[in-house]
Ligand binder design. Structure first.
Ligand code: ADP
Ligand code: ADP
Length: 245
C-alpha cells in the first residue's frame, strides 16, 4: 500500500521585478508535473541540484493543502478532499525533520518540553506524555535524564536525535527528512543515518528523504527520484540510478 501518492504535482511562483514598486512579470515553474509513490516501509531519496524544486515539492506535501495542480494522497486519502478536522488528524501521520536542529529546536525549552509539545497540542494526557518522552529519548539513543537539559547542552548529532524524537512523538507513518545530516560533522553523520535506518525497520516507517550527498542517499534510500528543472527525470532503485554509465 502507498503511504504517499503524488500525481502530476505542479507549483508556480510569481516572478517579480522592482524593489519599491514590485511588479509581477511572469511565473517560475518550480515543480512541473511530477508523480511518484512511497510504499509502506520504503525510503525514497529525492535528489537533484540546488534550485531543481526539492524544497517546493516537500513543502507542498507537508502543507496537506489542495495543490495548485495535481493530487497528493496520504495513506490513500486525497488531501484536497479533506475537511479541517480530517486534515488535522492526517498531520499526525506526516512529520518532518529539518536540516538544522539548532534552527528548529526552541533554545528556551528543556528537551523534554520540546519532545512533548506535539503531543500536548494533540491533547494526549499528561501521564502518557511523560512516559512517552522517556521512551522517545531512549528510542533515539539518549537517556531520560536528558529531558531537563537544554538544546545548547547537546552536540549537533544529539540535537538531531532530539529533532527525530520530536518528529516521532505522534507515531507518524511518513517522515519527511530535509537534508537531515548535511549540517552535521561528517564524523557523526553515520551514527544518525544508522539510527534512521534502525527506526525505519523497527517502526515500519516510510521516508521521503531529501539529500544532495549521494553517499548519504545510498545509505538510506530504497529508491531514488532524480529531479532536474522541476521535473522528475529518473526514478529507480538506488544502485540502478547511480551506476548508470
Ligand atoms: P531546491 O530545494 O531543489 O533547491 P526549490 O524548490 O527551493 O529548489 O526552488 C525551485 C525553484 O523555485 C528555484 O528556481 C527557486 O528560485 C524558485 N523558488 C523557490 N521558492 C520561491 C519563492 N518563494 N518565490 C519565488 N521563487 C521561488
Ligand atoms: P515493541 O517491540 O515493544 O512493540 P516497537 O519496536 O514496535 O516496540 O517500538 C519501540 C518503541 O517505539 C515503543 O516505545 C513504541 O511506543 C514506539 N513506537 C512504535 N511505533 C512508533 C512510531 N510509528 N513512531 C514513533 N514511535 C513508535
Amino acid at each position: 500500500a502507498a503511504v504517499l501518492e503524488v500525481r502530476d504535482l505542479a507549483k508556480r511562483y510569481p516572478l517579480t521585478k522592482g524593489v519599491v514598486f514590485r511588479r509581477t512579470i511572469g511565473t517560475i515553474t518550480a515543480v512541473d508535473g511530477i508523480s511518484f509513490d512511497i510504499r509502506e516501509g520504503e525510503a525514497l531519496g529525492l535528489v537533484g541540484e540546488s534550485g531543481c524544486g526539492k524544497s517546493t515539492t516537500i513543502m507542498q506535501i507537508l502543507e496537506l493543502a489542495t495543490p495548485e495542480q495535481g493530487t497528493v494522497s496520504v495513506l490513500g486519502k486525497d488531501v484536497a478532499a479533506l475537511d479541517g478536522g480530517q486534515r488535522k488528524a492526517l498531520r499526525r501521520d506526516v512529520q518532518v525533520v529539518f536540516q538544522d536542529p539548532l534552527a528548529s529546536l526552541d533554545p528556551r525549552l528543556p528537551v523534554g518540553d520540546i519532545i512533548d509539545e506535539p503531543m500536548r497540542v494533540f491533547g494526549i494526557s499528561a501521564d502518557k506524555r511523560r512516559e512517552r518522552v522517556r521512551e522517545l529519548l531512549e528510542l533515539v539513543g539518549l537517556s531520560r535524564e536528558h529531558a531537563n537539559r537544554y538544546p545548547a547542552d547537546f552536540s549537533g548529532g544529539q540535537r538531531q536525535r532530539i529533532g527525530i524524537a520530536r518528529a516521532l512523538a505522534l507515531e507518524p507513518r511518513l517522515l519527511v527528512l530535509d537534508e537531515p545530516v548535511s549540517a552535521l560533522d561528517v564524523s557523526i553523520q553515520a551514527g544518525v543515518l544508522n539510527l534512521l535506518e534502525d527506526l525505519k525497520a523497527r517502526l515500519g516507517l516510510s521516508y521521503l528523504f531529501v539529500a544532495h550527498d549521494l553517499s548519504v542517499v545510498r545509505h538510506v534510500a530504497d529508491r531514488v527520484a532524480v529531479m532536474y528543472l522541476g521535473r522528475l527525470v529518473e526514478v529507480g532503485d538506488a544502485d540502478g540510478v547511480f551506476e548508470r554509465p
